[in-house]
Design a protein around this ligand. Structure first.
Ligand code: C5P
Length: 202
């Protein structure tokens, strides 16, 4: 009986590289006394990965996930700081004040939603937004404990509740001044006003 030549596509052993790539080479079949390597399709399957690739996926997968989460969360945090900055401007910024007396305070405190209940003390900064923002960088600010203090003084009006009931209508006294101010910054934006450490320079 003549020896059967291995038929390509039937019992031909896969080349070594291919065998590794597809997880072949486990089974063998005897054909006319000759043993041929047969792919072990069922036990390992076509999708088997290289061990190195598997390790890379295991190691880099979580890192990639953290990176993607970071990319997603950064804009959220920036948006939150933008909101706090807008809130800061509502509470503490008035570009062109009229009067800077008690009536001014009573009117602007109500207008900015600070009278339900009557806020005890609130300061309005007059000037430009850019000058106030610049307190958060070296242009117009320097570190001061947990805050930043302005290098240049600002026109400010501090409104103080006259006392009595904290329910509206709220009566206020005004103090106008020209002072350096201390604010807290987040991501380069002022988000909190704090006047505790002010040096007066009238
Ligand atoms: O000093 P205190 O923590 O009580 O201030 C509470 C709030 O009052 C501050 O966050 C600020 O909004 C306001 N405030 C102000 N001007 C001041 C003092 C306090 O606007 N001179």
């Amino acid at each position: 009986m003549s020896r059967l030549a291995p038929q390509p596509g039937r019992n031909t052993p896969a080349p070594p590289g291919l065998s590794r790539a597809f997880g072949l080479s486990r089974g063998s079949v005897a054909l006319s006394g000759e043993a041929f390597e047969e792919p072990n399709w069922r036990s390992e399957g076509m999708g088997r990965k290289e061990p190195l690739l598997e390790e890379m996926v295991i190691l880099l997968g979580p890192l990639l996930l953290v990176f993607m989460l970071g990319l997603g969360l950064a804009p959220l945090s920036l948006a939150k700081d933008e909101d706090r900055y807008t809130h800061f401007l509502t509470q503490h910024y008035d570009a062109k004040p009229k009067g800077r007396d008690g009536r001014y305070c009573e009117s602007i405190m109500k207008q900015r939603g600070l009278t339900r209940p009557c806020k005890e003390v609130n300061t309005f900064i007059h000037g430009t937004r850019n000058d106030i923002k610049a307190i958060c960088n070296d242009k117009n600010g320097e570190p001061y404990n947990n805050f930043r203090r302005s290098k240049s003084p600002f026109q400010i009006t501090t409104c103080k509740h006259k006392g009595g009931s904290n329910r509206p209508p709220c009566g206020y006294r005004a103090t106008a001044g020209f002072r350096t101010i201390a604010v807290a910054c987040e991501n380069g934006l002022p988000v909190h006003f704090d006047e505790s450490f002010i040096i007066t320079s009238q």
